[in-house]
Design a protein around this ligand. Structure first.
Ligand SMILES: Cc1cc2nc3c(=O)[nH]c(=O)nc-3n(C[C@H](O)[C@H](O)[C@H](O)COP(=O)(O)OP(=O)(O)OC[C@H]3O[C@@H](n4cnc5c(N)ncnc54)[C@H](O)[C@@H]3O)c2cc1C
Length: 385
């Protein structure tokens, strides 16, 4: 075991995945002495940031209070994209389809009205005029926004880690945080390889958050989520960004299926269900995690119904994890009990797009003790007492 007991950092970031990588980038960019600790190699396929695509959208049906965070998130993603030659951020337009009495259509509309966001409303006929591959029933309405798109999560995480290291961050991979404790003025962290001291600890441990963020008074349910890709049939331009939107259809209100345009290097036409799946332990993806054929067939049936004639043979299937908070909203802020600790967890299957802004928020909490971003509605305190 390496004797690192005298190593002292300004901030330790526990978990260098989606949010942790952005936090390391922000902290190092502000001149802090940062240590990021990640139990696997970066990026990896055992947590919540794999699968080639994560949707980013502005008219947030989940709650209008997310919109100011999204405005900042877009700006920070653009900055990261401009700093790297590898393209990971695509604006393609987004189409959200559901019943006018459901969640996604009225929720998107509410956010758009409250925050004056550009959008258009499309009926079933207008949807198939604009996107001929899509076949939608008459009782659905479509909400379209031009500024939606997707991020390639593995590339975004890698870009943040590269940038953090260029600014002096120490990123220890394949090292696992085992425990931490707070003392007046500092935090001590023990890993399987050593121990470290810092002025502040940021916990961004995704599906493992319950295991290491003791003192949080709420249950986080980790669930298994399946993604499948199928060969896109016919002219490939039909599926290219511009001709094909990022789409979400409220097939199981308030949940639904979603997918993306196809870009070079993609395994195919992707489809997945946004609804918490079977509850598993965070270690659940480290063994064999091939989804069973019936789950693949359910996903294919969605493409056959709404994109008839588009899906050929299965090209890839994979599983990933959601970490669900009790109310489906993120948990972000100072630890409810420990002064020198802050946290972002419970991202509930919709957090990737926010990683950029959450990294900035967590760096401000660690270095300044506060943030100017409106995160009160996400406070860990909402579960206390
Ligand atoms: C199938 C699927 C589709 C999704 N689609 C979207 C989407 O379209 N748009 C969107 O915005 N979001 C989406 N999400 C959600 C989004 O990907 C997650 O909310 C986000 O990745 C969570 O980030 P995180 O940093 O909390 O977790 P992670 O990215 O998993 O990072 C946590 C890290 O902490 C590390 N760690 C944990 N414990 C320890 C320890 N003890 N020591 C050291 N390291 C540790 C883990 O190894 C991991 O690398 C989707 C998620 C899934 C599964």
């Amino acid at each position: 075991m390496q004797d690192s007991s005298r190593q002292r950092f300004d901030v330790i970031v526990a978990g260098v995945g989606s949010v942790g990588s952005a936090t390391c980038h922000q902290l190092a960019g502000k001149g802090a002495k940062v240590l990021g600790i990640e139990q696997f190699t970066i990026p990896h396929h055992y947590g919540s940031h794999h699968g080639n695509s994560r949707m980013i959208r502005m008219a947030y049906y989940e709650h209008p209070d997310y919109v100011p965070l999204l405005e900042r998130a877009y700006k920070l993603w653009n900055e990261l994209q401009e700093s790297t030659t590898e393209r990971f951020f695509y604006i393609t337009g987004g189409l959200y389809i559901g019943s006018p009495d459901g969640s996604i259509f009225p929720g998107s509309l509410k956010s758009a009205h409250e925050h004056h966001l550009d959008h258009s409303i499309l009926n079933a006929q207008q949807i198939s005029d604009r996107y001929p591959v899509l076949q939608i029933s008459e009782n659905y309405s479509g909400f379209h926004e031009d500024q939606a798109g997707f991020l390639i999560p593995e590339q975004a995480v890698s870009a943040y880690v590269r940038s953090a290291m260029e600014h002096g961050a120490v990123i220890n991979q394949e090292e696992k945080l085992i425990s931490w404790d707070t003392f007046p003025g500092h935090v001590e962290v023990k890993t399987n390889k050593g121990s470290y001291r810092a002025g502040h600890l940021v916990i961004t441990a995704g599906a493992w958050s319950s295991k290491i963020a003791h003192g949080l008074e709420c249950q986080l349910n980790v669930t298994r989520q399946v993604m499948a890709w199928f060969e896109p049939l016919g002219a490939q331009e039909r599926f290219a960004p511009g001709n094909f939107p990022c789409w979400f259809i409220e097939t199981e209100p308030p949940f639904g299926h979603y997918g993306f345009p196809v870009i070079a290097g993609d395994p195919g036409l992707k489809v997945a269900l946004h609804r918490p799946g079977e509850v598993i332990s965070p270690e659940g993806l480290q063994g064999v995690c091939k989804p069973p054929p019936e789950e693949i067939e359910q996903l294919r049936a969605i493409l056959d119904k709404y994109f008839p004639g588009c899906a050929g043979g299965l090209t890839r299937a994979s599983t990933c994890m959601y970490t669900n908070s009790p109310d489906g909203h993120f948990i972000v802020g100072h630890h409810p009990v420990h002064n020198h600790v802050s946290i972002a967890c419970g991202m509930s299957g919709h957090g990737f797009k926010f990683s950029s802004v959450l990294g900035e928020i967590l760096s401000d909490l660690a270095l300044e003790g506060r943030t100017s971003m409106p995160i009160e509605f996400l406070s860990p305190q909402r579960y206390s007492g």
